[in-house]
Design a protein around this ligand. Structure first.
Ligand SMILES: Cc1ncc(COP(=O)(O)O)c(C=O)c1O
Length: 507
């Protein structure tokens, strides 16, 4: 059993198991956009099935409710002088406390700060801060499984980044290879600054053993930074595994827009000592105690010293509302619901004619969260994705999901199944030519009916591929365009049209 997951029978939360959980779960999973309808290629208007939550989750209605209540009081933070400022400042402060509580972080040891644009900005901040703080250690170890946002920031700030491979089980790839991780640490002992590891892959949903990796990293004096962008909304995540102080995480990064909140505040939870004594990277209002014309005094207070400027107040408050709710109904129980749905989806998907699912699909061997990347044999991922949209109103994502090296590795591993005769160079060429896949990813609102709709659509696409292919032309950028069907987005929504309608006859 992977990080934090518990047996259904030992779910411990404020809303103790059974009916009350079911009621609470049903009450929180409504989201804006679940019932949106679009006209598809057949001319029918049908409900959209949203299977793109790994990119961005829909906004939960409970968030919208909290924000509607908050909006009348909305004002800038960093002041307690007027009533609105008191409400905004106090609630923004509480959002920090909520994040720490959600990940079980001791406020004496850890602090939390919000950053500009999602987990990416958080990971950039962490890479830069640790490259300065522990400058004698110039190596970062990450894995081939990472999103570019948990790879390129380390490359940008360190002279050397090592990519540890994923475990191979048969011809499928699983989680990070811990033996190889340890070997890389051994070979570079005393020079590894930190290990940067995703908690859950954004491509395959494969869950990494973050606490085991933490123990190994600490044995060599390295820190561990966990990219929890795909984990925070799907599995319980704690800074420390209970009773194991060596297995504690030094930094966790995630982002509000993947946790059902509006906007995209990045969230960093870090040990205070990693950010103390080195000058903050971003300077301006809010992070100083005093400024003179020739110098300034940086605040010693956390998180103030890391939050220059006016923060994403609404995003942070929306995020805190979700975390509070999830904590109240129990992350273990939420995760167990998703695991049930995942098993349902994998079982049915594996029966679709010609399907290739990437990464180990046996969840007893390799734990996964609700993200599945696949292809239909001999069909271009871009065509499958556009057909799912145009004919079935199923929203998925395709291509490489900002994880080029990992997608390439997964394709290579799956090609080696068919191509025993090819040497490595030929295999690499083939993998480059076929690089890309389709990804279906779940949120708390995803249902078995949504999965059934996907399966039905894929069955149809796989069986009638020639019929569909004849209706599409391939464009220079690799995408496909229907010869018969066009979607004019501005007929559904455009900012300009909305404002013009509002102002009609008034100016
Ligand atoms: C695993 C992972 N890490 C980092 C990121 C970057 O997150 P953001 O878009 O919030 O910057 C993503 C985004 O998809 C992701 O899936």
């Amino acid at each position: 059993m992977g990080p934090g997951l518990q047996d259904e029978s030992v779910v411990s939360n404020k809303i103790a198991g059974g009916r009350s959980f079911e009621n609470a779960f049903a009450a929180v999973r409504d989201a804006t956009g679940l019932n949106v309808e679009y006209e598809v290629a057949s001319g029918r208007r049908i409900r959209r099935v949203y299977l793109d939550s790994a990119a961005t989750t829909l906004r939960l209605d409970l968030v919208q409710h909290v924000l509607n209540k908050f909006q009348p009081h909305y004002s800038n933070t960093h002041s307690l002088v007027h009533f609105g400022a008191q409400i905004s400042t106090r609630e923004y402060q509480w959002a920090h406390e909520m994040v720490l509580s959600f990940v079980g972080a001791d406020p004496d040891q850890y602090f939390c700060f919000f950053t500009g644009s999602g987990a990416t900005s958080g990971l950039n901040r962490v890479a830069r801060a640790l490259s300065r703080k522990r400058c004698e250690r110039a190596v970062v170890i990450t894995t081939v499984m990472e999103h570019h946002s948990n790879d390129l920031p380390h490359r940008a700030h360190f002279p050397r980044v090592i990519h540890v491979p994923a475990l191979k089980s048969g011809r499928s790839l699983g989680c990070v290879d811990l033996a190889q991780l340890e070997r890389a640490l051994e070979h570079n002992s005393d020079s590894v600054n930190y290990v940067a590891l995703s908690g859950v892959s954004n491509v395959t949903g494969i869950v990494n053993p973050i606490y085991e990796a933490a123990t190994i990293a600490h044995r060599y004096g390295a820190m561990i930074v966990v990219d929890a962008a795909q984990m925070a909304a799907h599995l319980p995540i704690f800074m420390s595994r209970q009773g194991h102080t060596d297995a504690s995480i030094d930094v966790i990064v995630f982002s509000g827009h993947k946790v059902y909140a509006p906007g995209s505040p990045g969230v960093v939870v870090a040990r205070k000592e990693l950010f103390s004594e080195t000058p903050p990277q971003e300077v301006g209002g809010g992070m100083v105690d005093a400024v003179w014309i020739d110098r300034y005094a940086v605040s010693e207070r956390f998180p103030d010293r890391e939050e220059a400027g006016t923060p994403n107040i609404t995003g942070a408050i929306g995020l805190a509302a979700v975390l509070y709710t999830f904590q109240a109904i129990g992350m273990e129980a939420i995760a167990n619901e998703e695991q049930g749905l995942l098993r349902y989806a994998l079982k049915k998907l594996l029966r679709v004619p010609g399907i290739i699912i990437y990464g180990e699909t046996d969840t007893r061997i390799c734990q996964r969260a609700g993200t599945i990347a696949f292809n239909i044999r001999d069909m271009d991922h871009a065509l499958v994705a556009v057909l799912l949209n145009d004919y079935f109103n199923i929203a998925v994502r395709n291509e490489c999901f900002c994880a080029h090296p990992y997608v390439r590795e997964l394709i290579m591993a799956s090609l080696s199944e068919d191509a025993d005769v090819l040497d490595n160079e030929a295999l690499e060429k083939l993998a480059d030519k076929q690089r890309g896949m389709v990804r279906a990813s779940f949120g708390i609102y995803t249902t078995e009916e949504d999965i059934d709709a996907l399966i039905e659509a894929l069955d149809d696409i796989s069986l009638r591929r020639d019929f569909y292919a004849a209706k599409y032309g391939r464009l220079a950028d690799g995408s496909y365009s229907s010869r018969e069907f066009t979607f004019d987005h501005s007929k559904v929504f455009s900012i300009k049209n909305e404002i013009d309608r509002l102002l009609c006859g008034k100016i």
